[in-house]
Design a protein around this ligand. Structure first.
Ligand code: ATP
Ligand code: MG
Length: 421
């Protein structure tokens, strides 16, 4: 077992770049998931990704790209081409770009020697040992999975990080690097929102920021939610604080968290705070809301359970939805959603319940109820309310968005009832 070294990557500014190396990527044989995964992780860590690039397994291309990207960004993260085979040339490319020699790292060499036994060919053994060659000034990140170690080397502007290409080998090393990054200035404030479009959130945030000229704004949209990110320069901690409070107030209950919590976490916390318990009746989401809630440790303190009532017969026999209401309005309707929520209260014994019924598609739509039509209802102490939505997207997106819309409705019910209490 090798322990990860203590890392301290202090950067002068928050710019970052990502380079993925591999002919399999530039030919489209393998989807470049590392680029998006790394960009997302860096963005989440408050860095600003200013460039991403991919090059084939070619030492000139690698070296030119590293040279240029390391000049453009304080942090450059490179993946791929660190393996043992002859087409793995990232070490050599980095060495050339930074003018740093490759030297044998004894600790890595010892770990690799223990793996030599898997190869019968002398040439394969020699190749494996290439992975012990590291940039002379680099801190080595021992492989958590696989054999290729990562490296962190200083550059003129900041740091170069080399990580192995296979995503499951790259991921643990990336997490270690991201945790070690330090950037100047106050951390950006992230306001997590649901139940509002990206454009509306942007308009509301811009208006609220009118008196805060020095604050910069970025929007991060994902299925089921929007994050409003506010940045400020070093020394503007208080200005950022007050701007974030103003924007959060303007967004109202569309903003459910300012501390990075997920919607499910916030719902569970709101319920726990007011001594409530939660039950669900899910049709088109098939248990996704329950999965979100139960993914949070400690959910059992609040969450009773979900009835996944897909067939009309179950809506009727288990949840007690009136046969006549089903016949008159159809399973995807406001009236049925409401009866499902009431049924969930009875079946689960919870104080508050959410019901979701909709047409996820691709089939099953009609002119009156096209694919994406979803009805939500919440019921319990504090009353009941319903919401009809027409959600764009394919089956997967409709289900994901319905899940977050439902959770947000619960959040609002718990919050509103709480304020009134
Ligand atoms: P090793 O050779 O030790 O496995 P390596 O660092 O040399 O590691 P590569 O040879 O570049 O890694 O890539 C190995 C495999 O990892 C690729 O064939 C591909 O399946 C996957 N991979 C590499 N880069 C990426 C990427 N950017 N996105 C997704 N998968 C990748
Ligand atoms: Mg490769």
């Amino acid at each position: 077992v090798t322990t990860a070294p203590r890392l301290d990557i202090s950067l002068a500014d928050r710019t970052a770049a990502v380079l993925t190396v591999g002919t399999e990527l530039t030919t489209g044989m393998v989807a470049d998931t590392n680029a998006s995964e790394i960009s997302a992780a860096l963005t989440a860590a408050s860095l600003e990704v200013v460039r991403t690039s991919s090059v084939p397994d070619d030492v000139d291309a690698v070296s030119v790209a590293i040279d240029s990207l390391a000049a453009d960004a304080a942090l450059l993260v490179v993946t791929g081409g660190l393996g043992p085979t002859d087409d793995d040339l990232t070490r050599e490319g980095a060495s050339r770009a930074l003018g740093l020699a490759l030297v044998r790292d004894d600790a890595v060499a010892r770990r690799l020697e223990a793996l030599l036994g898997v190869h019968r060919e002398e040439e394969a053994r020699r190749r494996l040992m290439r992975q012990a060659e590291v940039l002379e000034t680099a801190t080595v990140l021992p492989a958590v999975r696989g054999s290729a170690p990562g490296m962190v080397a200083p550059t003129e502007r900041g740091a170069l990080v080399l990580l192995p290409g296979p995503p499951h080998e790259m991921r643990p090393l990336l997490a270690h690097v991201v945790a070690a990054v330090e950037i100047p200035g106050p951390s950006p404030r992230v306001l997590s929102c649901a139940g509002i479009t990206e454009s509306d959130a942007l308009a509301v945030a811009r208006r609220a920021l009118t008196p805060h000229a020095q604050i910069r704004l970025t929007m991060l949209a994902a299925p089921g939610g929007v994050r409003v990110v506010l940045f400020a320069d070093p020394g503007s901690e208080e200005a950022l604080e007050s701007a974030a409070a103003d924007v959060a107030a303007a967004l109202g209950d569309a903003c459910y968290a300012t501390d990075g919590s997920s919607l499910a976490e916030v719902v569970l916390r709101a319920a726990a705070d007011r001594g409530a318990s939660l039950g669900l009746a899910e049709s088109c989401t098939g248990g996704l809301v329950a999965a979100e809630l139960t993914a949070v440790p400690g959910a059992s303190a609040v969450f009773k359970g979900s009835v996944v009532a897909y067939a009309d017969a179950l809506k009727r026999d288990v949840l007690g939805v009136d046969e006549a209401v089903l016949a008159e309005h159809g399973a995807v309707s406001e009236a049925v959603a409401l009866e499902m929520a009431q049924g969930a209260l009875t079946v689960t014994g919870a104080t508050h319940a959410l019901a979701i019924t909709g047409v996820a598609g691709p089939g099953g739509g009609s002119e009156e109820k096209p694919v994406g039509t979803v009805w939500f209802a919440v019921a319990g102490e504090g009353g009941e309310s319903t919401l009809g939505r027409s959600i764009p997207g394919d089956r997967g997106l409709v289900r994901t968005r319905a899940t977050s819309t439902g959770l947000h409705l619960l959040f609002r019910m718990l919050g509103v009832a709480h304020d009134g209490a």
